[in-house]
Design a protein around this ligand. Structure first.
Ligand code: PA5
Length: 440
């Protein structure tokens, strides 16, 4: 395991020991499946229980898409979107679509209701060979369903219905939902999202694995990283990195630090932080409780949010993920004229400068009253992404139980949907429509 968690700069702000004492019970509740939401624990053993047949089908589909498509359009939202995007950006680059040479571009749609975004994607597909991976566990979510209707129409227009059907891959529930019905009726190749894995815990299922494999990322390595992390965090010990993270953040929360900022000094981490926000926000933000999960990109945001972090309201703490190396070696060159005054950096690697920026910032923020949790991991790779995913998922499960909530439901997500359906005139919502319209 290459991951470690340093909580000394959290321990100076909050008493972690009493929370640590609650960890054995929270850990047992999760692994023995005795807590609320225990019908959604399929992700706990997922990396060890991969169905070899399903994995082989995923790889074969990815190979076909890599051969016959310039673009894979991935349609999904929330847990059916963020994990794959995070993995591609983390393992390859946020500029993946600009630098991919032998792999198809991966374009994400259905994660908004923006007409401008949809029109832009339509224009980008012009003249390309493309395929669709439509992903929805419920099979009924409005954003991806609308996008799929639009892009399926375009694909059928381009290739004819029969050929288009061979270019559509549906990742959805085993039996239920409109998408499953469509996939069965139109004979799309389908992949199953297990019943007992919620959307935000699904990146290591076909939800994430198919688009990730299309981008040319080694999914076996990713699963190996997750499997090794699962073995490491199964241990009931105060050295367990999930225990350290869960205990520190809950101790801070109880001491009044109600916002957690997840950060890294690598731009490729940005969507991993987006994925993390969904994981923790949906899992813990309920029953009028929960740490508000936020994120910043460093060092970029030191020139925007840095002011607030240093001197704003003192209810925030940071969880900073750092990498052993960026995976690239770039040196600051010597300059004869030294007009920019930077020769004191000449000969240093950019990684060294970046890590000094991180160390200096950590000390400044801690001195300014911002507790810090440091998560260190090896360089970005498919393996370390798998490790990081499992680490944050397992920590989230036990952290939710420490907080006293059901970490595996998301009842609050329904409220906006009901209002949207009512306002847009979905049959069955007539009374609600009248009531809402009277308030608009
Ligand atoms: O984590 C969750 O359950 C949600 O965020 C879902 O992933 C999101 O709402 C998309 O749902 P679906 O996959 O059913 O379209």
């Amino acid at each position: 395991m290459s991951l470690s968690v340093d909580i000394k700069n959290a321990a100076s702000f909050a008493d972690i020991a009493p929370v640590m004492a609650e960890l054995p019970a929270a850990h047992d509740t999760l692994v023995n499946g005795t807590g609320e939401g225990n019908d959604f624990l399929g992700w706990v053993k997922l990396p060890c229980n991969v169905d070899p047949e399903e994995l082989a089908r995923i790889k074969a589909a990815a190979e076909k898409i890599r051969k016959d498509s310039d673009v894979l359009l991935v349609i999904g939202i929330g847990g059916s979107y963020l994990g794959a995007r995070a993995a591609i950006e983390y393992c390859i680059s946020p500029n993946y679509n600009l630098i991919c040479k032998d792999s198809p571009k991966v374009i994400f749609a259905g994660n908004s209701l923006s007409a401008a975004q949809t029109a832009e994607i339509t224009a980008m597909l012009e003249g390309c060979d493309w395929s669709i991976n439509v992903i929805s566990k419920s099979g009924t979510t409005t954003e991806p369903a609308v996008a799929f209707r639009i892009f399926r129409g375009l694909l059928e227009e381009k290739y004819g219905a029969a050929e288009a059907a061979k270019r559509i891959y549906a990742t959805t529930d085993r039996a239920r939902g409109a998408l499953k019905t469509l996939a069965n009726t139109l004979a799309y190749e389908s992949f199953v999202i297990p019943d007992d894995v919620g959307g935000r815990f699904s990146v290591l299922t076909p939800v994430g694995l198919l688009p990730i494999a299309v981008a040319g990322i080694d999914v076996d390595e990713m699963l190996a990283g997750a499997r090794d992390m699962a073995a490491a965090v199964a241990e009931k010990s105060e050295d367990n990195p999930c225990w350290r993270y869960a205990a520190a953040r809950n101790a801070l929360y109880r001491a009044g630090y109600t916002t957690e900022i997840n950060a890294a000094y690598e731009p490729r981490y940005r969507y991993t932080a987006e994925w993390w926000k969904q994981l923790y926000g949906e899992s813990e933000g309920k029953d009028l409780k929960g740490i508000f999960p936020a994120s910043v990109d460093l060092t970029a945001d030191l020139h925007s949010m840095g002011q607030y972090i240093q001197q704003g309201m003192r209810n925030i703490f940071e969880t900073v993920v750092s990498f052993g190396s960026s995976g690239a070696e770039v040196n600051v060159p010597f300059s004869e004229d030294n007009l920019d005054g930077l020769n004191f950096l000449a000969g240093h690697t950019l990684d060294e400068v970046n890590s000094m920026a991180a160390a200096g910032t950590r000390l400044a923020h801690v001195d300014g009253g911002v507790p810090n949790i440091s998560v260190s991991i090896d360089k970005p790779s498919a393996y370390s992404f798998g490790e990081l995913v499992y680490f944050f998922e397992f920590a989230c499960g036990i952290s939710g139980y420490l907080l006293g909530v059901n970490p595996f439901n998301q009842p609050g997500v329904e409220a906006y949907k009901v209002n949207m359906y009512a306002l847009i005139g979905k049959p069955g919502y007539e009374d609600r429509k009248a009531e809402l319209e009277s308030r608009l």
